[in-house]
Design a protein around this ligand. Structure first.
Ligand code: ZN
Length: 265
């Protein structure tokens, strides 16, 4: 691979530099235009909307920036209409809005508690995707039945008691405790929280969680199946989680750009 996407989300020198290449230098697909942190996060929101993170105004994403502030999705916009300029900049020490034309969720408390407890987290995604919410309602972590579901790359935790929405400080703290050092946590009778190092890892972990919950629902609706062996799921999942699924975020980002190039504005 001669040149990969700039993982810091900083502008790239030219569109071609964003293309993934094989070892012979042949590009896998057309490159993306240069993406700054806002554009990358807006694309993440739109991609996840198509992948089931789509419940009305329920979701919010926070992304840590190099200056210690956080970009946060605004409360009043759905993820499929979000543009880069809609993102809010917030000081998560005190929840104060520093920049942006809209409002932030009252559940910002969840992100405050989360980033305070886990300095390794760069991006946190919360929403109520349908199949994750089904398993959260069942208070059960679904087995892994297929390869894509392994791409969470580590444990899926469970908070098995619903104590009110994540706007409540005590519930936010309970969610963070239940998450521990896992990659994601199902929140009983509510939804899911996924954490990651950066936008691309957040993308893959988020789609892996919902995929795992969806496939397990189908398999168990058939009467049950055979889960993957733990060691196979763990080895393959960790490798993909660490290195990413080459070209995958970029492919879905191109789809969003075809649908609506104004996402970058
Ligand atoms: Zn929620």
């Amino acid at each position: 691979m001669s040149r990969s996407i700039d993982r810091r989300g900083e502008p790239l020198e030219s569109p071609d530099s964003a293309a993934w290449h094989n070892e012979a230098g042949r590009p896998m697909a057309p490159g993306l235009p240069g993406l700054d942190a806002r554009a990358e996060l807006a694309l993440l929101a739109r991609i996840l909307f198509r992948e089931g993170y789509d419940e009305n105004l329920a979701g919010h994403i926070s992304a840590k920036q190099p200056d210690g502030t956080f970009l946060v999705t605004p409360y009043g916009l759905t993820w499929d209409e979000l543009r880069a300029s809609d993102l809010m900049r917030v000081d998560l020490e005190n929840g104060k809005v520093l920049e942006g034309k809209w409002t932030v969720t009252v559940a910002i408390e969840l992100h405050v508690e989360l980033h305070r407890a886990r300095s390794d987290i760069g991006v946190a995604v919360h929403n109520h995707p349908r199949f994750a919410t089904v398993w959260a309602a069942r208070h059960q972590v679904p087995p892994i039945y297929d390869q894509t579901s392994t791409m969470l790359g580590g444990p899926l935790a469970l908070l098995d008691e619903y104590g009110g929405g994540v706007r409540e400080t005590s519930q936010s703290q309970a969610a963070v405790r239940a998450l521990g050092d896992a990659q994601a946590v199902l929140l009983a009778n509510h939804g899911v929280l996924v954490v990651a190092r950066d936008v691309r890892q957040a993308y893959l972990r988020s789609i892996a969680v919902e995929r795992r919950c969806r496939i397990a629902w189908y398999v168990e609706a058939l009467g049950g199946g055979t889960p993957m062996r733990d060691e196979v799921a763990t080895v393959g999942g960790r490798m993909m989680d660490e290195n990413g699924w080459p070209g995958s975020f970029e492919a879905l980002a191109r789809r969003e750009l075809r649908r609506d190039p104004s996402v970058l504005e």
